[in-house]
Design a protein around this ligand. Structure first.
Ligand SMILES: O=C(O)CCC(=O)C(=O)O
Length: 277
């Protein structure tokens, strides 16, 4: 699946862009499926907000339970002070997570594409474990910023082993908040840890220096593109102020040879362990 040049580029840059990984028909089918999921889940679930803004970020019971389920999380800008949605749910969801790869048949099948297993193997993941999946909606007008981070902050193994498979189900461009990354930044070391502490979470800094201002590059992605992300690669995305949505699916995989640390926020029940491809 990956040529020697692809592998070299991934190890050099910390990411690899694979255009046309998902067919247009599959992107359309998954986009329709997401609309159906939101329509089915919104009436049944309460309104939880998700934001990467640290002043507003908080982990509640729904967030922790979503480690093994499928929950909707809304944009802060779509919820009024009384906790009611100010727009239709289809235009208000920030993300759906975090176990679509196990609980949702469509995404479970999509996530177990043998090509993904081949890619994981090619970059050295010998015992892949699928730990987290999200649909990231970035709705038009209010889609929230994803602040700069490394996935290894949030999905912690010793040694760090997480990789991300990020799929553009719709075109992602500079205008609607495509991914941005710091090429080679995966060699800078892990900046911080996100820990579960009792019924809440907190960040613990390893390196107080701010992220570099320069060197970030946009990673525009046509519909169907896969972007493979090293777990230590700094990446982010801008808010979506455009009139176009920017639907993406992301799957995070760790290596079962590394210890999955007990203070991860994302924990599954003992009878519901992580599985491979
Ligand atoms: O889709 C985005 O804007 C951010 C996704 C992300 O950070 C991830 O998949 O790790």
């Amino acid at each position: 699946m990956l040529s020697p040049a692809d592998k070299a580029a991934f190890h050099r840059d910390g990411f690899l862009i694979v255009p046309d990984f998902v067919t247009p028909a599959r992107c359309d089918a998954l986009t329709d499926h997401v609309a159906g999921l939101i329509a089915a889940l919104a009436p049944a679930q309460g309104v939880s907000i998700f934001t990467t803004d640290e002043q507003q970020r908080h982990a509640d019971a729904r967030f922790f339970e979503s480690a093994g389920g499928v929950s909707l999380f809304y944009e802060a800008g779509a919820v009024d002070p009384d906790g009611r949605l100010t727009r239709p749910a289809a235009l208000a969801v920030n993300k759906i997570g975090h176990a679509l790869h196990d609980r949702d048949p469509e995404f479970a099948h999509f996530s177990r594409d043998p090509r993904l297993a081949a890619i994981a193997g090619a970059i050295g993941i010998e015992q892949p474990r699928l730990v987290q999946s999200m649909v990231i909606c970035k709705p038009p007008g209010i889609g929230g910023e994803v602040s700069a981070h490394q996935d290894a902050t949030f999905i912690r193994t010793e040694p760090a082993s997480v990789i991300g498979f990020w799929f553009a189900l719709e075109a992602a461009e500079a205008g609607n908040g495509c991914l941005e990354a710091l090429p080679g930044g995966h060699r800078l070391g892990l900046k911080r840890d996100y820990l579960r502490v009792g019924d809440t979470t907190r960040f613990v800094e390893r390196d107080e220096a701010p992220w570099p201002d320069h060197g970030w590059v946009p990673l525009p992605a046509s519909r169907g593109t896969l972007i493979l992300l090293h777990g230590l690669l700094p990446h982010r995305s801008a808010p979506n102020r455009s009139d176009r949505s920017r639907l993406a699916y992301t799957l995070h995989v760790v290596d079962g040879r590394a210890e999955y640390l007990p203070d991860n926020w994302l924990r599954r029940r003992p009878d519901d362990p992580f599985t491979g491809f």
